[in-house]
Design a protein around this ligand. Structure first.
Ligand SMILES: *Cc1c(COP(=O)(O)O)cnc(C)c1O
Length: 234
């Protein structure tokens, strides 16, 4: 995976994003592409940075720590996109600039207290919503999202940038769109009902569904396979 191939794929992806954004009355520049580098060797992060990206997504603390030790930050913002166990909260805030996968109020509280102990002013987070309502998926129940995000706002050291969701693994357009709409409505309700909430990031859309996600209001698509190819690791 080299810089040139990443640039070529980025152009094609950006065209798809632009068209999908236009169909929803927006501009492609309203949507950020977050390369998800999990499962790829450190050299891929170097190539991603060289191709002009400002951030990457990783889904495991241990894997991210190893990559960071090998290549350094590379001017990238490191964003965690995978489930985070509370006992790894401290290590996560040492590695990551933001945690997109805050799937419970308990985890947000833990991040707050670890930030306090680490004397870090704040940790940027997205609240993860289980917008598809799947039993096996992590995330806040849509019905409890406004209350949970409201409680997160009261924690002084977490900064809620917005919401994140993962759609069910399906190619069923109806299911995907419904899921993305639920997440968008949750964000709209947070914005309308919570004073002091200024989050506007809606992280949704992966390789197989990002076109629908953008049409339904995504402001950040998290792309692995379509941008970087199949993950070589196990
Ligand atoms: C792996 C992963 C992605 C990217 O997946 P692709 O299907 O390869 O684009 C996005 N978001 C999360 C949370 C992931 O774990």
């Amino acid at each position: 995976m080299n810089e040139e191939l990443i640039r070529d794929r980025t152009l094609a992806i950006q065209e798809t994003v632009d068209r999908a954004a236009a169909r929803s009355g927006r501009s492609g520049s309203d949507v950020v592409v977050l390369p998800v580098t999990k499962g790829h060797p450190p050299g891929v992060l170097v190539a991603v940075a060289a191709a002009g990206f400002g951030a990457i997504g990783e889904n495991r603390v241990t894997e991210a720590e190893a990559k960071l030790a090998e290549i350094g930050r590379r001017g990238l913002r490191w964003r965690m996109v995978g489930h985070l166990q509370r006992n790894k909260a401290r290590r996560a805030i040492d590695v990551f600039d933001a945690i997109e996968s805050v799937d419970s109020l308990r985890l947000a509280r833990r991040l707050h207290s670890e930030a306090e102990k680490a004397d870090r002013a704040s940790v940027s987070i997205l609240a993860q919503v289980n917008a598809g309502g799947e039993a096996q998926k992590n995330g806040l129940d849509p019905a409890e999202t406004v209350d949970a995000v409201g409680a997160m706002l009261d924690l002084g050291r977490v900064r809620v940038e917005g919401l994140m969701t993962m759609a069910p693994f399906t190619s069923d357009e109806t299911v995907l769109r419904r899921t993305f709409r639920v997440a968008r409505e949750c964000l709209a309700r947070c914005q309308a009902e919570l004073t002091g909430f200024d989050g506007h990031t809606l992280s949704m859309g992966m390789s197989n569904d990002f076109e629908f996600a953008v049409e339904e209001g995504s402001t950040e698509v998290r792309l692995g396979t379509v941008l970087l190819g199949e993950r070589p690791e196990v």
